[in-house]
Design a protein around this ligand. Structure first.
Ligand code: NAP
Ligand code: ZN
Ligand code: ZN
Length: 344
């Protein structure tokens, strides 16, 4: 076992700087010096659900530099810039893995934190730390030209909206709505606009209208304004719902066009749906989470070609509690990224 320094939960939503274990490199592992890690709303969910007993180090979208390679590593060399997302292993042989959908692995993929290592059963500890050890297959070359801090959120927030947008065939002429203009939402707007779609943002307030237009949207629907939602009724082929709390899907399904799809990627608990809200208009309900290896590689290529990264506010990792607190209050435009260099 080797060790590094990380930010560990202690049963509250504040984190403590402590030494944490990392496994010794296996033959196909690389060690990554973590430079930047995004703060995802999922980290907040995980901290709220934490029992205070198990080891929890959040963080599942990071970029850094390869510091060591195992003997069977072929793709990476020491010094390469890499990006790692929210999945770090899968069985590799099931039909999902064979189809390049490792995110849906029949044995469940190994999560970057809060998961269990497939070989030794130890808990996985996330990227709010100075070093991560990962199979090279689940690390991606960071395209040159992408800012390392602003690219980190692509690896969870980005891929989580990229895969549904692609799977639902979003392109020129598609009318896309993005509900919730946060970390996932702002990247969904950028992606959909760059794919050629006509994009609207569905937000709780009109305050974000200017930002929405700058990000690539052409319109804002204010979910709390009945006139605004009535005007947008039945008008979107695809609605990506990133809202992080349980909510009635009815008003959002009402915005979806005939034969359109609402992809619910934000709240992952139980949902209830009125069948009539689907029946009228033959509407479809879908979801998604993370992405398979080919989709992640394609997303990074697309981002490099279109110059897309997240809009970030970079903070020294010592200010992680402040980042989490402001994320909880919705005071972020549009992703906090921790700079882990202060852990040296
Ligand atoms: N499927 C997956 O694999 C996956 C991956 C990553 C994250 N997630 C989940 O996706 C959700 C969003 O994550 P995020 O990091 O993008 O969060 P975020 O940055 O906090 O953004 C969420 C946005 O939703 C809107 N919102 C917040 N609270 C709301 C409420 N009470 N009612 C209605 N709208 C509300 C806000 O937008 P407006 O102010 O514009 O209304 C907010 O900016 C989280 O639940 C997270 O766990 C899922
Ligand atoms: Zn995430
Ligand atoms: Zn599998």
């Amino acid at each position: 076992m080797r060790s590094t320094t990380g930010w560990q939960a202690d049963g509250t939503t504040s984190l403590r700087e402590v030494p944490i274990p990392r496994r010794d490199l296996r033959r196909d592992d690389i060690a990554v010096r973590v430079d930047f890690c995004g703060v995802c709303h999922t980290d907040l969910h995980a901290l709220r659900a934490h029992d205070g007993e198990s080891l929890l180090v959040p963080g599942h979208e990071f970029t850094g530099v390869v510091s060591e390679v195992g003997p069977d590593v072929t793709v990476f060399q020491v010094g390469d810039s890499v990006a790692v997302g929210n999945i770090v292993d899968s069985c590799g042989v099931c039909s999902m893995c064979a189809a390049g959908q490792e995110n849906f692995c029949r044995e469940f993929p190994t999560l970057t934190y809060g998961g269990k290592d497939r070989h030794d059963g130890t808990p996985t500890l996330g990227g709010f730390s100075r070093e991560y050890v990962v199979r090279e297959k689940f690390a991606y070359p960071l395209p040159s030209g992408l800012d390392a801090a602003a690219a980190a959120p692509l690896m969870c927030a980005g891929i989580t909206v990229w895969e549904p947008l692609r799977a639902l065939g979003v392109g020129p002429g598609t009318r896309v709505a993005v509900a919730g203009l946060g970390g996932l939402g702002h990247l969904a707007v950028k992606f959909a606009a760059a794919l050629g779609a006509e994009v609207s943002v569905v937000s709780r307030s009109a305050d974000r209208a200017k930002d929405a237009l700058r990000l690539g949207a052409s319109d804002v629907v204010v979910s709390t304004d009945p006139d605004s939602t009535a005007a947008a009724r039945d008008s979107f082929d695809v609605l990506i719902d990133t809202i992080p709390v349980p909510h009635d899907l009815g008003p959002y399904l009402a915005l979806v066009a005939v034969d359109g799809t609402l992809s619910q990627v934000g709240h992952l608990g139980t949902i209830t749906v009125e069948a009539m809200d689907l029946l009228v208009g033959r509407k479809k309900l879908s979801s998604g989470g993370s992405g398979g290896l080919p989709a992640i590689a394609a997303m990074l290529e697309f981002c490099a070609a279109h110059g897309i990264t997240a809009d970030v506010e970079v903070l020294p990792s010592a200010r992680v509690d402040e980042a989490l607190d402001r994320l909880e209050r919705g005071d972020v435009r549009y992703r906090f990224v921790l700079d882990l260099s202060d852990l040296d």
